[in-house]
Ligand binder design. Structure first.
Ligand code: CP
Length: 310
């Protein structure tokens, strides 16, 4: 049987997305059990290979694998022999020689998970590659929306912030438009890729671009804030952090422009006081910690579907 990978959400059909969300729904209750362990992936080996910092993704893949009884091995880029000069190809072949069933990889360069997938017999999961894709975060976000809204079709979802550097935004656009939501992207012109502006301007499916935060959040069902990725900025994209927060930060006043039952989301980590006020991040309408919990259920679903079969 050909191995299966999860490298991105671009091109995924709504049926494929719904199948993963349905599996996540089945796994969700394991978090509430006194003994959080099922034998589903006993005898399988998962390698978590992270070349970039992570709290949520790395931990939730480890928790997901362990709750499914897989053996999970964590390798950080800094602690691997790549830091001694080994090439990625040699590293991929070395790991492959140990016959893992799945490699979960995060890398600062776009395309690395796709490349590893071509050189490995293991299933490969993209845990975030550069500014390209972060498929399991988008699926976790969709699962969170499903839990709280019960539907996707017709929802207005505003994604606000550093779209240019955001792999989360890219993956979410693919998932949410495939499920029928109306996605509004909002950022300063310097933080929106021109190709996205052109796609939205051409009447692309359910996708709009605005540079006005007030327009983006007006009557929104979901407002998803994005972190300003200062670590990926080697030039100035806006005049000052204070100016950015004033024009694009989510404040209680702006939340009031959205629907009364608006869900506020953020994939984390958060720059408190820059893209989102403390009072909003910690308000009852904030689903930020629900997104983290969803991440475990969705990653269990992904590991299960790749390794144990659909
Ligand atoms: N959302 C997300 O990818 O968070 P981490 O960088 O902590 O994994």
């Amino acid at each position: 049987m050909a191995k299966r990978d999860l490298l991105g959400t671009e091109g995924m059909t709504s049926d494929e997305i719904v199948a993963i969300l349905d599996s996540a729904e089945a796994f969700r209750e394991i978090a509430e059990r006194p003994v959080k362990k099922v034998p589903t992936l006993r005898g399988k080996t998962v390698v978590n290979l992270f070349f970039e910092s992570s709290t949520r993704t790395r931990t939730s893949f480890e928790v997901a694998g362990k709750w499914l009884s897989a053996d999970v091995i964590n390798v950080s880029g800094a602690g691997s022999s790549v830091s001694k000069g080994e090439t990625l190809l040699d590293m991929a072949r070395t790991l492959d020689a140990m016959s893992p069933d799945c490699i979960v990889i995060r890398h600062q360069a776009s395309g690395v998970p796709q490349w590893i997938a071509r050189h490995s017999n293991a299933s490969v999961v993209n845990a975030g590659d550069g500014a390209h894709e972060h498929p399991t975060q988008a699926l976790s976000d969709a699962f969170t929306i499903q839990q709280h809204k019960g539907r996707f079709a017709g929802l207005k979802v505003a994604i606000v912030g550093d779209i240019l550097h955001s792999r989360v935004a890219r993956s979410n656009v693919h998932v949410l438009t495939a499920l029928g939501s109306n996605v509004w992207l909002c950022a300063p012109p310097t933080l929106i890729p021109p190709a996205v502006e052109a796609l939205a301007g051409s009447g692309g499916a359910c996708l709009r671009v605005t540079h006005s935060m007030d327009e983006a959040v007006a009557d929104a069902d979901v407002v998803m804030m994005l972190r300003v990725q200062f670590e990926r900025m080697n030039e100035s994209f806006f005049p000052s952090t204070r100016e950015y927060a004033r024009l694009f930060g989510l404040t209680p006043q702006r939340v009031r422009r959205a629907r009364p039952d608006v869900a506020v989301m953020h994939p984390g980590p958060i720059n408190r006081g820059i893209e989102i006020d403390d009072t909003v991040a910690d308000a009852p309408c904030s689903l930020i910690l629900d997104q983290v919990a969803s991440g475990v259920a969705v990653r269990m679903a992904v590991l299960y579907r790749l390794m144990a079969g659909a």
